[in-house]
Design a protein around this ligand. Structure first.
Ligand code: ZN
Length: 234
């Protein structure tokens, strides 16, 4: 499979070039190259738990965006990215320069709090418990097990998945709701599906293009080729 890697990256770059409505979907796998553990990857939290190994607490504070995050920000800056849906709470997409208006964080963001009353969102600050707008209670935006997902983020995710012509999954095993639902919606809308993930996903058979290689080996060169294609045109 590895010998046709260059060809598959070319194909991806070509599809990115032609796409009029690109949606990217990221899971924990994109942040493993920033030193954060994912869940079902080779050394993921659930994988370790199932092997009886320890599941160390994550230290998010020092994590920096990696070349995969930068490549997605590159897609945005080239005018290609319509919308980014992420399951990650690590803030690395915003840190890498993604426009908050183009981003849905389905599971919230560790660095943000929201007002329980008026839903105003702001950066978490030490000692700040009251909403500056209405005095309501500030609570974590992170969605724990059993909690409902943020409605606006969820609605936007469905809306853009329904409209896209290219849906690129990056570092998600697509097993939990609603992650498992977005590619289905995109496929129904006639979009092409690309999956970049080191483990299996339930959508592998339906993917138009599949990468099992590391994200850092795929996305940065694909975006570099896209940049060249765009230059040739102009
Ligand atoms: Zn408020």
């Amino acid at each position: 499979m590895a010998d046709d890697l260059g060809k598959r990256i070319d194909t991806l770059a070509g599809w990115l070039y032609k796409s009029m409505y690109l949606v990217v979907f990221t899971g924990a796998g994109i942040s493993t190259e920033s030193g954060l553990r994912d869940f079902r990857g080779p050394d993921g939290l659930w994988t370790r738990r199932d092997k009886g190994l320890g599941t160390p607490r994550q230290d998010f504070s020092g994590a920096k965006p990696n070349s995969g995050h930068a490549a997605i920000t590159g897609l945005q800056n080239l005018g290609k990215l319509k919308f980014l849906i992420s399951q990650n709470v690590d803030n690395l997409h915003l840190k890498s320069g993604i426009n908050p208006d183009r981003l849905a964080e389905l599971h919230g963001n560790l660095t943000k709090v929201r007002c329980e009353e008026c839903q105003f969102k702001m950066d978490r600050m030490e000692g700040e418990r009251e909403c500056p707008l209405c005095g309501g209670n500030l609570v974590s935006t992170v969605v724990d097990f059993g909690m409902s997902l943020p409605e606006k983020d969820l609605m936007e995710s469905y809306e853009h998945s329904r409209k896209c012509d290219l849906f690129v999954v990056v570092g998600s095993s697509l097993v939990v709701y609603p992650a498992a639902d977005m590619p289905r919606v995109a496929l129904q809308a006639g979009a092409r599906l690309v999956i970049i993930n080191q483990g299996e996903t339930p959508f592998d058979d339906q993917a138009d293009l599949r990468f099992i290689e590391a994200i850092g080996e795929i996305l940065p060169p694909a975006v570099a080729r896209l940049r060249r294609l765009l230059k040739q045109k102009s």
